[in-house]
Each structure stands twice: as C-alpha cells, then as structure tokens.
Design a protein around this ligand. Structure first.
Ligand SMILES: [Fe+2]
Length: 282
C-alpha cells in the first residue's frame, strides 16, 4: 500500500511559553514502523525535511530472541531508519509494547544512532519546548519480570526469561510519577505516548493533564476502516475510539497516527493506507 502523507495544522499562541520557537516549524511523526523497509519513509522525509522527527514507539517488530542475541541485532531496518532520521533532523523516540524485550544493550544501540530515547523522562528540545516519552506498561512489566527472575535465581542478567509478553496488561502499572512533574514544568509540552488508550480510557488519563500535544500510534488505524471508522485496535477492542486524527482534551490535543506498517500479515489493512503524519505549527 502506498505511503500516505497526513498534514495537521497546529494553532499555537506564540506568546505562550515555548511557543515562539515553534511557530512555522514542522514535525514528522513515525508510529508503528515495525522494522519494515525504511526506504519509502526516508525518501519522503528527505524530500520534506521536517524540523524534528517524533517516533512514539513500536519501531521494532517484537519477537523473542534466543540466548544472548539483542532484539536490535535482528531488527536492522529499525536501526537504518533511526540513522537515516538523525541525518535529517533531531529524532526523539519512546517505547511501545513491541519494545518490551529491549535490554540495556539495545538502548545503547538506539542511542548510538543519535536518536534521543525518552524512557519515562523528558528533555528540553529547544528553549521552552519540552519533549517527553511515556513508556508502555508492557515494557515496564517485562523489565520487572526479568529483574525478579534474575533476583530469584541469583543470575546476573538473563535477558529473556519468559517467552511471552506480559499478560493481562491492564493490571500492570505505568510509571506516572515523572508525568506529574512533566505536567508542572513550564513550556510547550509534547508527549510521545504509544498507546492512545492512555488518553482517556485508562491511567494515566492524559486527557486531563496539562500537556499540550500527545502523539500516539498503536491502533494501526483500526486495521480495517469503513465509513471513516476503524474496526479493531489492541487495548480498545471493537470499534475503537482512538484510531487516527485529532482529539481534544481539557488542556491539549491527542494526535493518533494510523501507523507505517502492518505487522499482522494474515490480517491486511483495508481502506487504511500507512501514513507519515506531519504537524505544521502556525
Ligand atoms: Fe503497539
């Protein structure tokens, strides 16, 4: 399916903290890359030259490596994408559910590309412009499983003690303490948050927080789209609410990308082309 370009205009009050530096700027959002061929995405970005690139998770295709292998030793397309992005513009990224098995060695490989990995933390991208990355509960849970396994067994670092993703994720917590601080910081706040259901369907209920712009993916546009609606999204179920577009909250907006690929070969995308989202600040 041909890669689509979706452009949203974001109106800002240029007198508000951080907003002066954003006027006229363009951000690209790359969600759910899933280790696919990077050529079409990089060609588009090299043509358009955004001012920054935001990757809100699921840039790898999650699988369970054997032994001492790192996920990113196999997901070479993801590394090529990040290196290419960093050659075009500053690149910020957060962790989705497919990144749940990543280890410290993977994080080293990510950072070596030049990308800025935000794992439940934020950084000041430019004066008054704060970018945070909210880590998927899957990644937090798998790390806890791993730490607990190594503690119980007296092992140094068994990377993949469980050959499955955490189940019943609704019972697993996210890390919200840093988000409380982020919310209180001065500036224009952009949050990369892979799961759109965190917006208003479950904690941390970002919709009610003082964050200007939240960028999500994960829903893959609802996989099949009819009459402008998606059919299914993980974490939201049938006829999900957040599969694409802009959604307004009390203080800011959620933008959901339909994603760049389809990791589920047996369930094709229908009426739902993969997209690169561009945000033009005006
Ligand atoms: Fe996802």
């Amino acid at each position: 399916m041909k890669l689509k370009k979706t452009l949203y205009s974001i109106n800002i009050d240029s007198s508000a903290p951080g907003c002066g530096g954003l006027a006229g700027k363009c951000l690209a959002v790359l969600a759910d890359f899933h280790d696919r061929a990077p050529g079409p995405v990089l060609d588009m970005l090299r043509n358009d030259i955004p001012d920054a690139i935001m990757i809100p998770g699921d840039f790898v295709l999650g699988y369970f490596p054997e032994g001492e292998e790192y996920v990113l030793d196999r997901c070479r397309n993801a590394i090529t994408l990040l290196e290419g992005c960093c050659g075009i513009a500053p690149t910020y990224m957060s962790l989705g559910n497919h990144e749940c098995m990543l280890c410290d060695g993977d994080y080293d490989r990510l950072r070596a590309t030049g990308a800025i990995l935000l794992d439940n933390e934020w950084t000041e991208a430019a004066e008054g412009i704060l970018v945070g990355g909210f880590t998927s509960a899957y990644a937090i849970s798998f790390k806890r499983f791993r730490d607990e396994y190594n503690r119980r067994n007296g092992t140094e670092e068994v990377k993949y003690p469980y050959r499955r993703r955490p189940r019943d994720i609704s019972k697993h917590p996210t890390d919200r303490a840093w988000l409380d601080d982020f919310e209180q910081a001065d500036g224009y706040k952009i949050l990369l948050c892979h799961h759109p259901e965190y917006w208003s369907l479950r904690e941390p209920m970002i919709k009610d927080r003082k964050i200007d712009l939240v960028l999500s993916g994960h829903a893959h546009g609802g996989q099949w789209r009819f009459m402008g609606r998606g059919v299914f999204a993980p974490g939201q179920g049938l006829f999900p609410k957040y599969t694409g577009g802009i959604h307004q909250g009390q203080y800011g907006s959620l933008i959901v990308s339909r994603g760049l690929s389809n990791p589920y070969k047996i369930v094709p995308r229908l009426g739902n082309p993969p997209e690169v989202v561009y945000l033009q600040f005006e």
